[in-house]
Unconditional design. Structure first.
Length: 202
């Protein structure tokens, strides 16, 4: 698959792609092995977050917490995590991204960090460049945000790492569905335990 240098990509998980104006469109409706432009499902656009969108992201994180609690995940993202300061730092460092639907509404967000993450040092000896996904969240009624995020990130760097709470069964399922392998336990800077996963093209 061609990896395009543009930051804006339209994503909807499926098997066929079409490139238009340097943007990758994923066509999800397949009829006898052919893709039809008139049957494209809702597209998800991924772009960098603007500083003015901080409040939108904070609301999405609150919705994500409600999703977790409804699924029995009572211990992840407690208190004020992720804090406004942390999210703004992601934005200022250029590692915060938003997912928008075809109306332009923001329906999800994630941080994508290229480079070394010290929390993975003791279970990985891989020296290849890699990317790490953090703070993946979506609105309560959106669909496909996690799938879009994972595919987009893999196109940027085909060596991905992600971690999640032991009780986050939803994300564990999604990661495994997309070919991520469980690697072991890592510990965050505050000592909290997380389950680590990796996907690589090798």
């Amino acid at each position: 698959m061609q990896i395009l240098p543009k930051e804006t990509t339209y994503v909807s998980i499926c098997s066929f792609t079409r490139t238009m104006n340097h943007k990758t469109h994923y066509l999800c409706n397949i009829n006898q092995g052919k893709c039809h432009a008139d049957k494209i499902k809702t597209m998800i656009e991924i772009r960098k977050t603007l500083p003015t969108e901080l409040e939108v992201l904070m609301d999405i994180f609150e919705q994500a917490k409600r999703i977790m609690r409804k699924d029995g995940n009572m211990h992840q993202w407690t208190g004020n995590y992720p804090s406004r300061e942390l999210v703004m730092a992601d934005i200022e460092q250029g590692s915060s991204y938003v997912c928008t639907d075809d109306t332009g509404e923001i329906i999800g967000t994630f941080a994508f960090i290229r480079g070394n993450d010290p929390t993975y040092a003791h279970i990985h000896e891989d020296t290849l460049p890699y990317g790490v996904i953090h703070r993946l969240a979506s609105t309560e009624h959106s669909k496909g945000v996690a799938n879009a995020c994972l595919q987009w990130c893999y196109e940027q760097i085909p060596n991905l790492r992600a971690d999640t709470h032991r009780d986050n069964r939803i994300l564990q399922y999604i990661l495994k569905k997309h070919g991520f392998q469980y690697c072991g336990i890592i510990f965050l800077a505050n000592g909290d335990e997380r389950l680590a996963f990796q996907k690589t093209e090798r």
